[in-house]
Write a protein that binds this ligand. Sequence first.
Ligand SMILES: NC(=O)c1ccc[n+]([C@@H]2O[C@H](COP(=O)([O-])OP(=O)(O)OC[C@H]3O[C@@H](n4cnc5c(N)ncnc54)[C@H](OP(=O)(O)O)[C@@H]3O)[C@@H](O)[C@H]2O)c1
Length: 323
Amino acid sequence: MKAVLAKALGGPETLVVENLPEPRPGPGEVLVQVRAAALNFFDTLIIQGRYQYKPDLPFSPGGECSGVVAALGKGVSGWAEGDRVIAHLGWGACRERVVAKAERLVRIPAGVSDEQAAGLTITYGTSLHGLKNRACLKAGETLAVLGAAGGAGLSAVELGRIMGARVIACASSPDKLDLARRHGADLTLDYAAEDLKAGLKRLTEGRGVDVVYDAVGGDLAEPALRAIAWEGRYLVVGFAGGIPKIPLNLLLLKGCDMQGVFWGAFVERDPAAHAANMADLLAWVAEGRLSAHVDAVYPLEQTPEALGVIARREARGKILVRP
Ligand SMILES: NC(=O)c1ccc[n+]([C@@H]2O[C@H](COP(=O)([O-])OP(=O)(O)OC[C@H]3O[C@@H](n4cnc5c(N)ncnc54)[C@H](OP(=O)(O)O)[C@@H]3O)[C@@H](O)[C@H]2O)c1
């Protein structure tokens, strides 16, 4: 079985493709033939040992995939060979076949393609958890999304629209903003061309935004917080641009909340709420209300090139690899 392997910590160029022995599912496990594995920004960090999860070497990148059930371990019920499934693994999906715990699989409904399903769980799961379970975003509120054309950001734009918010997509170029607009953004702001705080104030007639969805951090976090409305909620989602330090007095002055969004921990701590969110997301994709937009699909062997696209800030929505 072919697998992309990190055998030493380093950049995408250090990954190798090797043949591994065929995996066998143990009790309670399922063997899945991978149709498409999805890459996320954290894959660029995990292979360098710079992410919050540090798997033992060697390991494969790829936190999630879609595929088909190929064999069942002892004691598994409710699944049959040929069933189309999503497997959320954390890492290890960039290979031809993976073994997953049966209870962690999610069935792919009709109307959702293998490609749409492959990268849905982490980005849309995080955004729905953040906007619904953490910020309690309400219809009519204003939502600013930073990094709005990235995997997580584009999902937040689409979900904000579904939840009835007025969505301001913020990104670093006109073509990224154009993509966000085509996915439901009401207004756009190019933070490479305009000051983020001034732009958000301008677009909200000085009132500020009710909810900020921040998967970028870095130099954008403080100006975004300075543009938040009274009793606003600031979702701390990710740090593609670096981990910022925030002056605490801003929270007092705005009467606002900063809320951590740790989707992986939410999945472990509240599996029922996660399952409900996944059911909503898959139904919305099947109904055509969410795009689960895929930017590009690379052959498995080109996983290093695919990760390079994400690391160079060039990805628009999801990047997949296909065995
Ligand atoms: N909290 C959670 O549970 C959770 C779950 C999933 C992901 N995340 C985090 O969310 C962040 C985004 O993940 P993603 O998979 O959506 O990433 P992505 O598709 O690569 O998007 C990240 C966006 O960040 C912006 N950016 C700014 N500086 C960048 C840099 N140096 N390199 C790359 N992008 C940069 C880019 O937008 P512009 O060019 O428009 O600025 C880019 O579109 C990551 O930090 C990830 O770890 C957190």
